[in-house]
Write a protein that binds this ligand. Structure first.
Ligand code: ARG
Length: 470
């Protein structure tokens, strides 16, 4: 306690250093060290700008640059000694640099950790969004491969978890592709939101020194499609703003919800009750007690992780809600949930791709399930509609057919034609042709529908969009 303080960056007005407990409580280097490459990139751009406007010499800039390069190498090689007493990644790097390069004492000119950490994180978000989008793309490619390999397979589609209407398995998988496609675009959007350079906002009110914010922004790639620099427009908002954090966590949470829903389908499909698919051994576990068990743990964990991703979003929303303008130290707590969301989303995408990539489809079980003629009861109503019967009346008439089948414990399509024709004058001798599954599918022609023509169209669309080998 109260030892000689090491906080050379801010310790000038203190006569005693922080308590050990306070150091432990307030350090963030244990988790923000992963920002190091971005912090170093930011410092290189900032010092380049300082030289550009004449606040440091080009020799000083070059010394700072080579010092930072050396530190990055040490960090990558695992040789850098992180010191919790120096609080965070920014001060650790600055102190290490100062030991190597005297000019480093000028690096923090016209900069605060407030605009520095905002910059590091925006750079990190741009990188993280790209990585996650790429992982989602791989997961989509794995799905497309399953769809392509099983393009003929039909299954019942469900509403309320009750058999509803027949669909191609690929149509179901393409529904998942749509979800993941929106997720991928959402990360592009978050990356665009992050693409504004905070540096120059200082602690809260910029600087009196003649800096060039656009120069720094360009150096760091905070530019629009035409290469024009993008800098944040209000210094107070810049150091207080955590919207991108929340948007990123939200995008991850939604990916989590999507994976969770897909995982739930896979859990159902792999159960003995459905048996549409066999999940790969590599992503399942057994029971220590029941020898026969093969549990879909990867899918259950995908479902479970979504709770954690939602929790991270909630943490960030709550963290931001009561804060007075502008930066408050509370905001240091913004990083663990964001990093966790990234790590878990990345893992989920890989595990999902591995699970679907290794699964096999039990085509016999799918065929048996989709052979249920009740799945085409709606088609029978449409048949009446085509013969001039108003839909409400047709629905009612088919309801009576269903009831009759249930009463006689018969399959819908096995009912005697005379009996059916008695139920409504619209039924003709050809009524049972409706139950030809291939014909029924071929009639679903419109955009977005599961007919074979549409399926081919969608297959081509996804192959074009997702590329890769399918
Ligand atoms: N480690 C701090 C954080 O992540 C950096 C910013 C600190 N700024 C300050 N004025 N203490 O929020």
């Amino acid at each position: 306690m109260a030892k000689k303080h090491k906080q050379v960056t801010w310790g000038g007005r203190f006569s005693a250093g922080p308590a050990e407990l306070m150091l432990k409580f307030s350090e963030s280097v244990s988790f923000d060290h992963r920002l190091a490459p971005f912090d170093i990139a930011g410092s290189k751009a900032h010092s380049a700008m300082l030289a550009h406007v004449g606040l440091i010499t080009t020799r000083e800039r070059d010394a700072i640059h080579s010092g930072l390069d050396a530190i990055l190498q040490e960090i990558s090689a695992g040789k850098f000694k992180w010191d919790a007493q120096l609080e965070d990644v920014h001060m650790n790097i600055e102190q290490a640099l100062t030991k190597k390069v005297p000019a480093a004492a000028k690096l923090h000119t016209a900069r605060s950790r407030n605009d520095q950490v905002a910059t590091d994180m925006r750079l990190w978000f741009k990188h993280a969004c790209g990585e996650l989008a790429a992982k989602l793309l791989s997961a989509q490619q794995a799905l497309l491969a399953v769809a392509t390999a099983n393009r003929e397979v039909l299954i019942p589609g469900y509403t309320h978890l009750q058999r509803a209407q027949p669909v191609y398995l690929a149509h179901h998988l393409f529904a998942w592709l749509e979800m993941l496609e929106r997720d991928r675009l959402r990360f592009e959007h978050v990356a665009a939101q992050a693409n504004w350079c905070p540096l120059g906002s200082g602690a809260i009110a910029g600087t009196t020194l003649p800096i060039d914010r656009e120069f720094t922004a360009k150096q760091l790639g905070f530019v629009d499609a035409k290469g024009r620099p993008q800098v944040t427009q209000n210094s107070m908002d810049t150091v207080a703003d955590r919207d991108v954090f929340i948007e990123f966590a939200q995008a991850c949470a939604l990916v989590g919800v999507h994976f969770s829903r897909m995982a739930e389908d896979l859990i159902l499909w792999s159960s003995a009750e459905f048996k549409f698919v066999e999940l790969p051994d590599a992503f399942c576990t057994g029971s220590s007690l029941m020898p026969q068990k093969k549990n879909p743990d990867s899918c259950e964990l995908l479902r479970g992780k979504s709770a954690r991703l939602q929790g991270n979003l909630h943490t960030l929303l709550t963290l931001a809600k009561g804060l007075p303008m502008t930066y408050n130290r509370d905001l240091q707590e913004d990083k663990p949930p964001v990093f966790d969301s990234y790590d878990q989303t990345a893992l989920c995408a890989d595990v999902f791709a591995g699970t679907v990539g290794g699964m096999t489809v039990h085509t016999d079980k799918c065929a048996a399930a989709v052979a249920d003629p009740a799945l085409l009861a709606t088609d029978l109503a449409d048949y009446l509609v085509e013969r001039g019967v108003p839909f409400r009346e047709a629905h009612h008439a088919v309801g009576a057919v269903v009831q009759l089948a249930e009463k006689n414990a018969m399959q819908l399509d096995h009912l005697p034609t005379e009996e059916v024709m008695k139920l409504h004058k619209g039924f003709g001798a050809d009524w049972a042709e409706v139950f030809d599954l291939q014909r029924a599918m071929a009639k679903r022609q419109g955009t977005g529908m599961p007919g074979p023509k549409q399926l081919n169209r969608q297959m081509q669309r996804w192959q074009k969009r997702l590329g890769g080998k399918v």
